[in-house]
Design a binder for this molecule. Structure first.
Ligand SMILES: Cc1cc2nc3c(=O)[nH]c(=O)nc-3n(C[C@H](O)[C@H](O)[C@H](O)COP(=O)(O)OP(=O)(O)OC[C@H]3O[C@@H](n4cnc5c(N)ncnc54)[C@H](O)[C@@H]3O)c2cc1C
Length: 327
């Protein structure tokens, strides 16, 4: 890549030819099991079902292939973004000028219980499968994850939580890869986590984690608790495509209640709607665009500020962008 192209890649996005060069350079370096393609549409890989394509999209089949992708992208100055199950992101309509990496390959979906009850899981393991396998093994403590539509990597990055617990309550160690391709293991004590936040994973990529259950029981009991949580979710959350709670709860307050009391349930921009079931969900009624969702986020924030005097901050991430640039 010439110096001129390098500058352009940082300032204005890479020209298509440079991504082609990246693709041609990387393809022979990764194993045949790694999927790598141009212009992959991302909307259907997210639960909100909006947004454009990734210039390059890859599903690495191994640690070595992920290292190759990261190192080549770094050498070319290109941006790399991780995509989990896409349940906490809005992909912009124009797509993403970068390499989007997903740990969707089976190699990242491991679930390995140890003698002492601890379980090593891959970052690509769906939370739904984690819950199912934990229940089968009689491991207590993961029930709160039932119904969160992400994978382990996304749940670690977001410190996903529900029913009074969050992901890092059950984490002992996280195995991660730095952007330079170095593999490290960090104990929970060495990590900085909080509400929907894990500082280390803003940059590094989670490869897997060692989880510790609270205790052991029989499969039936664990399953019964999961079913109870699942019922609670079904009663309180909309069924339409969404990205979960759109705003963070302000300290000591509920974003959903503030939005509801501002009279916004059912408010619409195009096919994006503030759910009448749960005011902190924006749902896609069919053919919403990312622009519709962003415009509705803007409208909700403005109204809640006017009526309640509270500035709501999005919990959902704008993929490859910063909310402050569009709000
Ligand atoms: C119907 C519905 C209900 C929901 N309920 C809840 C809930 O109860 N509690 C809750 O906390 N959330 C909830 N969510 C939001 C969402 O499911 C969680 O935030 C989930 O943890 C996101 O995981 P994901 O795999 O989909 O990540 P994505 O949405 O794909 O990504 C989220 C972030 O994680 C990063 N990321 C993904 N994989 C990795 C990795 N391996 N390493 C480093 N970074 C990575 C991405 O780059 C992005 O920044 C809900 C969403 C929906 C649609």
């Amino acid at each position: 890549m010439t110096a001129e192209q390098r500058v352009q890649s940082v300032d204005e996005g890479k020209p298509a030819g440079v991504w082609s060069e990246f693709f041609e350079a990387v393809k022979p370096l990764v194993s045949a099991a790694t999927r790598i393609v141009h212009e992959e549409r991302l909307g259907t890989k997210t639960t909100m079902r909006v947004g454009g394509a990734a210039r390059i999209y890859a599903e690495p089949a191994s640690v070595a292939d992920l290292q190759v992708l990261l190192r080549e992208a770094r050498a070319g100055g290109g941006e790399v973004l991780m995509l989990g199950r896409g349940s906490n992101v809005i992909v912009p309509d124009e797509g993403v000028d970068g390499l989007v990496v997903s740990l969707a390959h089976q190699a990242w979906s491991s679930f390995e219980p140890r003698e002492d009850g601890r379980v090593a899981v891959g970052a690509g393991l769906r939370l739904k499968n984690l819950c199912g396998l934990a229940a089968k093994a009689g491991l207590v403590g993961f029930e709160f994850l039932e119904g969160i539509p992400g994978n382990v990597g996304g749940a670690l990055r977001m410190n996903a939580g529900a029913m009074g617990a969050w992901m890092f309550d059950v984490v002992e160690e996280v195995q991660l890869m730095t952007r330079a391709g170095e593999v490290r293991t960090l104990t929970k004590a060495a990590m900085h986590v909080g509400y929907r936040h894990c500082e280390e994973l803003h940059q590094a990529i989670a490869l897997g984690a060692l989880l510790r259950p609270a205790t052991r029981s029989d499969a039936e009991t664990v399953k019964r608790q999961m079913d109870a949580y699942s019922r609670k979710r079904h009663e309180s959350q909309p069924r339409e495509p969404s990205a979960g709670c759109i705003f963070r709860n302000p300290p000591g307050n509920s974003a959903g209640r503030l939005i509801d009391e501002s009279g916004l349930k059912g408010a619409r921009v195009g096919d994006a709607e503030v759910s009448p079931t749960h005011a902190n969900f924006i749902v896609n009624r069919g053919s919403a665009t990312a622009a519709d969702v962003i415009a509705l986020v803007r409208r909700v924030r403005a109204r809640v500020r006017e009526v309640k005097g509270v500035d709501l901050e999005p919990e959902v991430l704008l993929f490859g962008k910063e909310w402050k640039d569009v709000l």
